[in-house]
Write a protein that binds this ligand. Structure first.
Ligand SMILES: C[S@@+](CC[C@H](N)C(=O)[O-])C[C@H]1O[C@@H](n2cnc3c(N)ncnc32)[C@H](O)[C@@H]1O
Length: 262
């Protein structure tokens, strides 16, 4: 079996600390959805106790690495298909129930790789893992937002296409195709699907780069009650509280799922 992705990225906790208004992390239980090998915990510098940390991820090697580094934390392997991170996984598998509830559920750069149907399915489920009064926050890419970290003239879609090595001419073409789209996905660096355009079936077993984008307006419509904010990092944040009475996140019944997966 080929090795699966183990993240070398850091700064996730600083990001959510900024976005959530510098909460008191000490004593809080945290579910890190798509938490990979637990890099968020590594840089928490004692603010999050490993015993109060749980990550769920579809990358088998990242989960194994996390378990080795933090034996007191919980790392759950989720064998769901993902075209990049787990091409041999099971399509549409529901996430495992961690068996406890969390003060905070975070997902950094995970819904930047999942389509609208998965977003609609997973967000209410993740919100159900919160204690009453808890908060769920996830990052997303708003394709049309500017400035992006690549400069005032470059929108987030162009910035990400540049980052994954899409040639400039193809990038200009894809940016034109995405104009006015509420959501879109880029597959294999050069194929763009907008809104509800169906995608071709994934080639089983071959990892394929897959990036997704949602406008802030689309998410605000899909999740009434969400707070959406931009960030200098280029990653927007969508924050959803679980109602104090325990009511879970509501999904607008009229909200369309973009990017239908085969
Ligand atoms: C770009 S990486 C970000 C990893 C980590 N959050 C970080 O910042 O280093 C995306 C992560 O999402 C995970 N992932 C993809 N689809 C997932 C799913 N349906 N459920 C849970 N994790 C998923 C991948 O395996 C990968 O670890």
């Amino acid at each position: 079996m080929p090795a699966s992705f183990v993240s070398q990225r850091f700064g996730q906790l600083e990001y959510f600390d900024r976005q959530l208004g510098r909460p008191a992390w000490r004593g809080k239980s945290v579910l890190d959805f798509g938490g990979n090998a637990g890099n968020l915990l590594r840089h928490a510098r004692g603010r999050i106790a490993p015993s109060r940390y749980c990550a769920i991820d579809v990358s088998r090697d990242a989960v194994a690495a996390g378990r080795r580094t933090y034996p007191e934390a919980t790392f759950l392997f989720y064998d769901r298909h993902h075209p990049t991170f787990n091409p041999g996984g099971i399509p549409e598998l529901a996430p495992p129930d961690p068996g406890r509830r969390f003060d905070v559920v975070l997902a950094f750069s995970v819904f930047t790789h999942l389509g609208g149907d998965e977003l609609r399915q997973l967000i209410p489920r993740l919100a159900s893992f919160l204690v009453p009064g808890g908060v769920l926050a996830f990052t997303f890419f708003d394709p049309h937002h500017r400035p992006s970290p690549a400069g005032p003239e470059v929108n987030v879609l162009g910035w990400r296409l540049g980052a994954i090595g899409t040639p400039a001419a193809v990038r200009r073409h894809l940016e034109r195709r995405a104009r006015g789209a509420r959501c879109c996905a880029v597959v294999d660096r050069r194929r763009l699907f907008r809104d509800e355009e169906p995608m071709p079936p994934w080639v089983a077993g071959r990892p394929v780069p897959y990036l997704t984008f949602f406008t802030s307006a689309y998410l605000a419509e899909l999740f009434p009650g969400a707070t959406i904010t931009a960030d200098p990092s280029g990653h927007h944040c969508c924050r959803l509280p679980r109602g104090a009475g325990g009511a879970s996140v509501t999904l607008n019944p009229g909200g369309e799922a973009g990017m239908v997966r085969p």
